[in-house]
Design a protein around this ligand. Structure first.
Ligand SMILES: [Zn+2]
Length: 280
């Protein structure tokens, strides 16, 4: 007795979408970037019409934009699509201490991050590098893919093209899910490493990552559901890892600002950590 054809059928785990080979349970990058661009338009439109969008000439916006502009050249090598991203920045009038970089390079900053968290430029630079790194490494796409895979399992159907063929219906509510997503520890590590590489090369002191995350943890840990530090889990191990990687990052920063590592001043009581050499 032979098994029914359907039982022996194993679907390909990879599909082609345009020129891209993608995993079946991942939303194609161009599609997610288009969704994110829509989401960004809605956020800026909504903010503008409730008088909550800072004008392009406002100091909140120019500060963020000048940092982002320095980062972009060092970001491109981490994602082959990034060269064609239409990077954009919006700063929303809000007490929230929060920011994100949507897939495709759309950056949204909430005013409280700038007005209440009191970050210096090095700290803000390390944070923007971290957020850009999440987008470059497509962590949201992975998390959404997992979500979608679990939904497909439970319903037992595989909608055409991952259920997103009809963008008008947006059955998975990608926009709102993007904003509610929580990163995993592995995402945080990767965003710390790549974000620090990008920001250090752009001339921001990597030691500021330590004071940055300490400040953000302090300022947002009261909001257990959606606080920034719960979206980006900050464990003692993660803090230690940031410190351990400083010997790799400091030379990039020193070079960016035209100094040697030895000539760098202390930062917030931190000296110039070095990699231990064999024989030390
Ligand atoms: Zn993160």
């Amino acid at each position: 007795m032979s098994a029914p054809a359907s039982a022996s059928y194993t679907p390909n785990t990879q599909l082609r979408y345009g020129g891209y080979l993608v995993f079946r349970n991942l939303i194609p990058s161009p599609m997610l970037e288009a969704q994110a661009a829509d989401e960004f338009s809605q956020i800026t439109y909504g903010a503008e019409h409730s008088n909550r969008l800072y004008a392009d000439t406002d100091a909140h916006v120019t500060r963020v934009r000048s940092i982002v502009d320095k980062m972009i050249p060092y970001s491109l090598k981490w994602n082959e699509r990034a060269r064609n991203w239409k990077w954009d920045v919006a700063v929303v009038r809000s007490p929230d201490i929060r920011m994100y970089c949507l897939p495709g390079g759309k950056i949204v900053v909430y005013g409280g991050l700038l007005d209440r968290a009191r970050l210096n430029d090095n700290e803000l630079g390390m944070l923007i590098g971290h957020e850009i790194a999440h987008a470059l490494r497509e962590h949201a796409r992975e998390r959404l893919g997992q979500l979608q895979a679990s939904q497909l399992d439970s319903s037992g159907t595989i909608p055409q093209l991952f259920g997103l063929a009809d963008l008008g219906a947006a059955p998975l509510g990608i926009g709102s899910r993007l904003l509610e997503m929580k990163y995993e520890n592995t995402d945080e590590t990767e965003a710390d490493v790549i974000g620090s590489d990008i920001a250090s090369r752009a001339g921001f002191d990597p030691r500021a990552a330590v004071t940055l995350w300490d400040k953000l943890a302090q300022a947002t840990r009261g909001n257990r559901d959606q606080g920034f530090i719960y979206v980006h889990p900050y464990t003692p191990a993660r803090r230690q890892d940031i410190i351990k990687r400083l010997p790799d990052m400091l030379p990039l920063y020193a070079k960016a600002i035209g100094k040697t590592v030895d000539a760098l001043p202390d930062y917030a009581g931190m000296g110039r950590p070095r990699r231990k050499l064999a024989g030390d």
